[in-house]
Design a protein around this ligand. Structure first.
Ligand code: HEM
Length: 391
């Protein structure tokens, strides 16, 4: 049995992710609820059932002051993710009407075209170089371009968006000032878009619809509009880029899986669910206890920070057979990659479609590939691949 003491420093950011699956194993074997000293101290919850239960119970668990631990480079709560009931419902409803399956289906032809174009560019890059960074040239630009098109943000600005996201999400544990600066720049950018959209200078997509949206019968305030714009950026881009990158990372190390999905692309949706389960882009999200409570015998006091470890819930041996095996043919794969309660991911249809379509085009265009370097499974950093020669 592994040593539960290592869990006293449990972390879910940066290089801690390199060995996080071993830590999840320890949690499931010996300590499914425990305390970490990191980030001012927090409790973690690792069992799938406990996480689902907490997700359904906003009376006990608040999403304030931020679902992220440590919090974003902004002082305002992000709508709707950092808002509790009863206010949350009205804000979520506005987005629900914009993220309907019909609205997402309308994006599909453009999603195919862009995935094909980017995959062709990767193929071209391979004809000029043995090694290509497909995170930079495929996994990252794809969701950023699709989201920008949907939101009405200028597509050509995507490299700047990715830099802000890197600083806010990945650098904030190392360099909070840089994260704050990126957050301020992003807010200024969204403000300019809102102003230009109001004056009809730019044609906004869903951001334009938010300008006309009402909550409790009144229009949204300027701060609320900025908060939506900011959150959608952070929620929709690197999550999907991570999912695409980590799927390609896995496939690069598993030629048999590559072969199966190339020969039988109808299996890609099931494979995508398995990648989302085992290599989840959002490994954990925070809550705050609103009152004293007990989880699996552990007392947790009002005001304490708690982290729902979706990544551990997704590898819970009581729920999944061989939970640590990546089985791309696994069926009925109910997982926590998109959360599970009143804050369940609103972009899950979009994210799923982006993942499946991007893998389809990548595998149809790029012949057998392998890892050129020893890259980590997680994040949105480089993923350098080389072709193995078999067309
Ligand atoms: C593979 C890609 C994605 C993953 C893994 C993911 C994951 C998540 C997770 C774990 C949550 C929190 C759920 C909870 O605490 O119960 C969330 C919330 C959210 N996500 Fe996603 N997400 C993805 C893509 C997207 C996209 C593409 C968008 C939109 C462009 C989006 C928009 C949102 C929003 C608005 C919320 C907050 C919902 C609320 O508070 O009511 N996500 N997502």
């Amino acid at each position: 049995m592994s040593d539960p003491k290592v869990l006293e420093d449990f972390d879910f950011h940066g290089t801690a992710l390199d060995t996080i699956f071993d830590q999840y194993k320890s949690m499931h074997e010996s300590q499914p609820v425990g305390h970490s000293s990191k980030y001012g101290g927090f409790w973690y919850i690792a069992k799938s059932d406990d996480i689902f239960e907490a997700e359904q119970d906003p009376e006990t668990w608040s999403v304030g002051p931020s679902m992220l631990l440590p919090s974003f480079g902004t002082e305002m709560p992000l709508i709707p993710i950092d808002i509790d009931p009863p206010t949350h419902a009205g804000f979520r409803k506005i987005l629900l009407s914009l993220f309907t399956p019909m609205a997402i289906n309308k994006l599909e032809p453009g999603m195919h075209t862009t995935a094909r174009e980017l995959a062709d560019e990767v193929k071209q890059a391979f004809s000029e170089s043995n090694v290509v960074d497909v995170s930079k040239s495929f996994a990252r630009p794809y969701p950023t371009i699709i989201f920008s098109r949907f939101a009405g943000y200028p597509e050509a600005d995507w490299p700047m968006f990715d830099q802000w996201i890197d600083d806010i999400i990945y650098e904030r544990t190392k360099d909070p000032d840089r994260a704050k600066q990126a957050g301020d720049d992003l807010i200024a950018y969204v403000q300019r878009l809102i102003d230009d959209g109001r004056e009809g200078i730019v044609q906004l997509g869903i951001m334009g619809e938010l300008l006309d949206a009402k909550v409790d019968g009144r229009p949204l305030t300027n701060d609320e509009l900025i908060s939506y714009g900011y959150l959608l950026f952070l929620a929709g881009l690197d999550t999907t880029a991570w999912a695409i990158r980590s799927s390609l990372w896995y496939l690069a190390g598993n030629k048999e899986a590559q072969r199966l999905l190339r020969n039988e692309p109808e299996r890609i949706p099931d494979a995508a669910e398995e990648f989302l389960r085992t290599l989840s882009p959002v490994q954990a999200m925070a809550r705050t206890a609103k009152k004293d409570t007990v989880v699996r015998g552990q007392e947790i006091q009002a005001g304490e920070r708690v982290v729902l470890v979706f990544g551990a819930g997704n590898r819970d041996p009581e729920v999944y057979e061989n939970p640590n095996d990546i089985d791309i043919t696994r069926e009925n794969n109910r997982h926590l990659a998109f959360g599970g309660g009143i804050h369940r991911c609103l972009g899950s249809n979009l994210g799923r479609k982006e993942l499946v379509i991007s893998l389809e085009h990548f595998l149809a265009t790029i012949p057998e590939f392998e890892l050129a370097d020893d890259e980590p499974w997680h994040g949105v950093g480089s993923l350098r691949l080389r072709l193995t020669g078999g067309e």
